[in-house]
Design a protein around this ligand. Structure first.
Ligand SMILES: C[S@@+](CC[C@H](N)C(=O)[O-])C[C@H]1O[C@@H](n2cnc3c(N)ncnc32)[C@H](O)[C@@H]1O
Length: 207
């Protein structure tokens, strides 16, 4: 089964609130994104956003340039239905981040619970190339993965676990680490999952 079919199937027949990674209010993502210095024109992309409510909260905060990208179409349709008319203000992209040709750059790149599924070094190289092309010089990346003490598998797939420092090594010398924190995420079934969050800045003038 292709990776896309795998993820389409995961979302089929489940409501967003039944998914292990569900958050009603996606903290600490929101506070790390706010720390990037938002104004209404800041261009933000949620990569592998699925049916996350991050987009709802960004619109509530007055952001007018929000993009949500995911490999699977189904969760994006769920988010569009949830947002109703407000969905028209959002750019929706169905694409694989490791083979994505950015149509324009963003100031803030957000990515939660996706990078850890890239278990091959070659995929991570392609991810880094895409990130570097998609982010303006001086732009910020907020990336969250399972922490070193987190689960070794999710949704039937193996994962790679990271500290903020090992995430920085993956991003390479063009990035610096600005903030990091750990979240003890509780799944809808009551299981604790430690996540690492990092806020990174691409070198260059301020975004
Ligand atoms: C565990 S979910 C996390 C969803 C969301 N980021 C959140 O925190 O609620 C992983 C998401 O990444 C998407 N995904 C997996 N591999 C991807 C890839 N190579 N490119 C883009 N999206 C991908 C899946 O379809 C799924 O929506």
């Amino acid at each position: 089964m292709s990776r896309k079919s795998h993820w389409e199937e995961i979302y089929t027949g489940r409501t967003p609130g039944q998914l292990s990674w569900f958050q009603d209010r996606p903290e600490p993502s929101l506070s790390l994104i706010r720390a990037c210095g938002l104004d209404p024109d800041t261009r933000i992309i949620d990569v592998g956003g699925g049916s996350s409510k991050l987009v709802d909260h960004l619109l509530d905060a007055g952001c007018t340039n929000v993009t949500v990208l995911d490999l699977a179409r189904h969760p994006l349709e769920q988010s569009r239905a949830r947002l109703g008319d407000r969905a028209r203000a959002v750019e929706w992209i169905v694409a694989d981040v490791t083979a994505f040709d950015p149509p324009h750059p963003w100031h803030v790149w957000h990515h939660r619970a996706v990078f850890h599924f890239l278990t091959e070094a070659e995929e991570r190289d392609r991810y880094r190339e895409t990130l570097t092309r998609a982010l303006v010089p001086g732009g910020h990346a907020v990336i969250a993965t399972f922490a070193p003490t987190g689960p070794t598998r999710c949704s039937g797939l193996d994962v790679v676990r990271y500290s903020a420092e090992s995430l920085l090594r993956e991003l390479g010398p063009e990035f610096e680490l600005l903030d990091a924190c750990e979240e003890q995420h509780t799944t809808p079934d009551g299981v604790m999952q430690p996540f690492t969050y990092g806020r990174f800045r691409r070198s260059g003038p301020g975004s």
